[in-house]
Design a protein around this ligand. Structure first.
Ligand code: PNS
Length: 160
C-alpha cells in the first residue's frame, strides 16, 4: 500500500492545504495528514481543535487520515511504515527553507523521500499566519479557509 505523510502546523488549515490534500490523495492509497505538536510555538488553535477542523474540512476525501505527532518527523514517518513526505510549495521564498529541511531529513533517514507539490495559483498567497492577521482585523477570509475554520476563527479572534 502506497502511503504518504503530509506534516504541518495547520494553525489553522487553509484552502491552500486542502488543495494539496485533494491532489496528493489521488497519488497515494492513503494520505496521512499529521499535525506537529511544536513545544516552541504557542498556536492559536489547540492540537485537538486543529485535528477536529482538519477532520471536518477533509471529510470529502475518502483516503485521508488525520493524526498528530511530536518529536522528529522521520521517526513518525517510519512508525507509519511510510517512505514519502509531501509538502506544498507556494513561492520561491518557501523553497530555501523546505530544501534545507528536506536535505537534513534525508541525511538522517535516507530511505524517506520528500516530495514537493506546487500550490495552485489561486492559493499561492494564502498562509495560516496571513489568515490569522486578516481575522484579527475582521478581514474577509471566507474564500481562503474551509467554512468550519472561518467560523472557529471568529471565536478565537480576541486571542490573535
Ligand atoms: O506547517 P509548518 O509549520 O511549516 O510545518 C513544519 C513541520 C511540522 C513540517 C516541521 O516543523 C517538522 O517537520 N517538524 C518536526 C520536527 C523535526 O523533524 N525536525 C527536524 C527537521 S530538520
Amino acid at each position: 500500500m502506497r502511503s504518504a505523510v503530509c506534516p504541518g502546523s495547520f494553525d489553522p488549515v487553509t484552502n491552500g492545504h486542502i488543495d494539496i490534500f485533494e491532489r496528493a490523495s489521488k497519488m497515494f492509497d492513503v494520505l496521512i495528514v499529521a499535525v506537529f505538536h511544536n513545544p516552541n510555538k504557542h498556536p492559536l488553535f489547540e492540537m485537538e481543535e486543529r485535528v477536529a477542523l482538519l477532520k471536518q474540512a477533509t471529510s470529502h476525501i475518502p483516503n485521508i487520515k488525520i493524526d498528530s505527532f511530536s518529536g522528529l518527523l522521520n521517526d513518525y514517518v517510519r512508525k507509519q511504515d511510510c517512505k514519502v513526505v509531501v509538502r506544498g510549495l507556494r513561492a520561491l521564498s518557501d523553497f530555501e527553507y523546505e530544501f534545507q529541511r528536506a536535505l537534513l531529513n534525508k541525511k538522517v533517514a535516507s530511505e524517506i523521500e520528500t516530495v514537493f507539490m506546487m500550490t495552485s495559483s489561486e492559493y499561492s498567497f494564502v498562509s495560516s499566519s496571513g489568515i490569522k492577521e486578516l481575522a484579527k482585523f475582521a478581514g474577509d477570509i471566507s474564500e481562503l479557509v474551509p467554512p468550519c475554520v472561518a467560523k472557529a476563527i471568529v471565536q478565537h479572534a480576541h486571542k490573535i
